[in-house]
Design a protein. Sequence first.
Length: 83
Amino acid sequence: MTEAICDRMDLSALDEATEQLLHGLKGSPTDLAKLVMRLAPRRRTVVPISVAAIARWNKDDPDSWERVRAWLTTRGVQHASVA
């Protein structure tokens, strides 16, 4: 699923760090690539993320979740856990 999403997006419009992150997420069993692609073109300071999604990402692919968290941090985006 992640590969199909990345294939549909024009990666040339993204910065190098985002392109590398999406490329690294291609093998992830999560929907983290969808989150990155939704946030990449937007300038937000806070993004709400459900507690259930965070728990699932921590269980299914904690390394990818950590890379996405680091990417959010470098962009100055905080994630607010919501129920």
